[in-house]
Ligand binder design. Sequence first.
Ligand code: FAQ
Length: 333
Amino acid sequence: MYSQGLIGADGTTEETEEFLAAFQARIDREEKIEPNDPMPEGYRKTLIRQIGQHAHSEIVGMLPEGNWITRAPSLRRKAALLAKVQDEGGHGLYLYSAAETLGVSREQMTEELLSGKAKYSSIFNYPTPTWADMGTIGWLVDGAAIMNQIPLCRCSYGPYARAMIRVCKEESFHQRQGYELLISLCNGTKEQKDMAQDSINRWWWPSLMMFGPHDADSSHSEQSMKWKIKRFSNDELRQKFIDATVPQAEYLGLTVPDPDLKWNPEKNNGKGGYDHGEINWVEFWQVVKGHGQMNRDRIKARKKAWNDGEWVRDAALAHAEKRAARQTAQAAE
Ligand code: FAQ
């Protein structure tokens, strides 16, 4: 065991070189870091930021699809969509719980989301005007989420890594139900196939943005990869996603809206991969900063849900306090 560092006269902890080196050695040995282990403050803060943002994304991510539950075209589609949206709510709960093990409260994280201080994924600020969007979100958005989250199952922080295992299994069902929905549309009428193509035209680029800025512009990647929170860089994961997804679009008989997309046999150390056009980073940062098409609606909906749920939180707290008082009285008898 090693100590956290030196306690200064003002009570703050100074992280000694010895402490930081010992922590890095644990990471390099692939040991999992657990909630009560000593950890650098930067490691703790990075995880709270990333897990909190991830949890918010799952919860806000319920809204674009929740919009279609009452309008699903059949009972089977409705049941699948309902289950998917409920799963996303569950993912948010596992992730808030994982973040709480780092010493932040759920209320604090929620306040940061509602005040605009905490981010959530840019992708959920796009509208869902057609039924085909339910297929495209499952296929592309959950597909991108899986590509990003499979490596997180090996994240150095134990509670996050364990939560991600279950999340990824469920995301895999989401991806399949989305792709299957698109297969049905693409085998349907011309109008249905056109609806699917229009949906891909709108969601392709925002899905690529989910992986974050280019590596050169990613402020956190280098340190997060050193700490093995992230295992692959943003650009590496984006490339893997493009290479896996383009053949799936071809199978559907649909096109990806990128005129610069081209197979390059030299790419990926000679294994081959797709060259692609440039992402519109101006749009990305506008959406991240709150100026996307749906940012205001999303936060408004979350504020309403939080306010409407106040009586439930109060009742649960009152019940817990009453039970604790009863237990104290019984113990004193
Ligand atoms: N949107 O230095 P980096 C899902 C921010 S879950 C908004 O590269 P990092 C399931 C970033 O926070 C989708 N902001 O940052 C589902 C940072 O800002 P900060 C969510 C973004 O953390 C499916 C700044 O830019 N998944 O889809 C975005 O190393 C269907 C600089 O960026 C996760 O959260 C963005 N796209 O890498 C639900 C996975 N990208 O904090 C419903 C876990 C970057 O300094 C329906 N998170 N930013 O103010 C991660 O893997 C990472 O946090 C990245 C970003 C890769 C997202």
